[in-house]
Ligand binder design. Structure first.
Ligand code: TYD
Length: 138
């Protein structure tokens, strides 16, 4: 898994004079079954979220409102992706270190996840993350 495997995916958008509607289903456009949804909001100016990786969890992140930056790190390369529209999102495979930062006022990050919450799936320590990457060979 490299930062190149993190992909921007468009979400269907039904536009009309009454406004827009977008939707996501398991497998469309995200390549996993959704087992959990959570959202991050009311982030005070200058605060970051994330700062960890997951052993097996895959996620899809959408800026439902406002904007923020996602910094992705595969241990070799980093990449920064700005999310600022609700009709596309970022697919993040497992074993990618991520940080969410530069939240605008009223930003809402919605995250669809491939598994239920499991603290054991987190890699909180960057050197542990590099070790696991080396062992898994991805
Ligand atoms: P965490 O994943 O560290 O948030 P972030 O990466 O955005 O900084 O989670 C913060 C806290 O919320 C932590 O105590 C675990 C808890 N939590 C749940 O109970 N369920 C969940 O689905 C998530 C994502 C977090």
């Amino acid at each position: 898994m490299t930062v190149r495997d993190c992909r921007i995916l468009n979400v269907p958008k039904i536009g009309s004079l009454m406004g827009n509607l977008s939707f996501i289903e398991s497998g469309r456009p995200i390549p996993f079954a959704i087992r959990r949804t959570y959202w991050i909001y009311d982030v005070p100016g200058g605060e970051d979220r994330g700062g960890h990786a997951f052993r097996s969890l895959k996620e899809f992140v959408v800026a439902l409102s406002g904007s923020f930056d996602l910094t992705l790190d595969d241990g070799m390369q980093t990449r920064v992706v700005t999310l600022n529209r609700s009709y596309f999102g970022l697919y993040i495979p497992n074993l990618i270190w991520r940080r969410l930062e530069n939240f605008s006022t009223n930003a809402v990050a919605m995250i669809l996840a491939s598994e239920k919450y499991s603290e054991a799936d987190y890699l909180f320590d960057y050197s542990e993350f590099l070790k696991v990457k080396g062992e898994v060979g991805v």
